[in-house]
Design a protein around this ligand. Sequence first.
Ligand code: ADP
Ligand code: ADP
Length: 230
Amino acid sequence: DPRLSGRGLVKRYGSTTALAGVDIDLGEEEALAIMGPSGSGKSTLLHVLAGVLVPDEGAVTLRGRRVERLSERERSLLRRGRYGFVFQHGQLLSELTALENVAIASMLDGEPRAQAQELAVQWLAALGVADERDRRPGEMSGGQAQRVAVARALVTRPDVVFADEPTGSLDQATGQDVMRVLTESTRAVGASLVVVTHDASVAAWCDRRVDVRDGLVVAPQHAVPADAVP
Ligand code: ADP
Ligand code: ADP
C-alpha cells in the first residue's frame, strides 16, 4: 500500500474548481514532485494531502487512517507529529533563533524542553548549520535558513515532508544544494517527500513526477529520467 493516498479529490473555492477529481499515491520513502503551471491546483493538492484543507469530495489516507474525516484538532496534532513542512520562505519564526525554531517544533510534538533542545542541536549539525544556532532567520543566508527549515521539518521524525516551492527564493546553485540535503535527509529518516515546484531541475531530485493541469493529474505518473538528474 502507499503511505499516503488521495482518491477522487475535489476542492472548490466558490465557482472555481481547484481540484477536479485527483487520484494520487505516495509510496513508502518515495520522493514525489508535483509540477504544473500557476493556478493548476498544486498548492491546493498539497494542502489537501497535508490535512491543512479538507476536500469537498474524496478520501485522503495516511497509513490506513482517513485524514479528511478527522476533526480540526486531530488534523492539527497529525500535522505537528506526523508531517513536516518546508515552504518557499517565512516558515521560521523571525524572533526566534535557529535553535529555538527547531526545538519549538519538537516541543509542540510533546518533547520536553531539554530533549527538544538536544535534538535541535543534533539536527542543526546534521544539516550543516550548527554555527547558526544562535542566529535569527534574518541574520542567515537564504540557503542556511532553508537548511534550518529542513531541520525543523525533520526533528519530529515525520512520516511525510511537504515542501511547497522550497527553492523559490534561492539562486540556482543554492536551490540545488537545498534539494540535495532535503532529499538525502528525508530519506535518512525514512520519511516520504512531496515537493511542489514549477522547476524541472528541482523535480529531478525526486523519484517520480506528476503533472497537474486544471485540477487534474494529467501526465502518466512517470519516473524522472536518470539523465535529468544534475
Ligand atoms: P497552484 O498552486 O498550481 O498555483 P492553486 O492550488 O493555488 O494552484 O490554485 C488553484 C485554483 O484555485 C486557482 O484558480 C486559484 O485562483 C484558486 N484558488 C486557490 N486558493 C483560493 C482561495 N483561497 N480562494 C479562491 N480561489 C482560490
Ligand atoms: P495549529 O494552527 O492548530 O497550531 P499548526 O499551525 O501548528 O496548526 O499547523 C501544523 C503545521 O501545518 C505547521 O507546520 C504549519 O506550517 C502547517 N500549516 C498550517 N497552516 C498552513 C497553511 N495554511 N498552509 C500551509 N501549511 C500550513
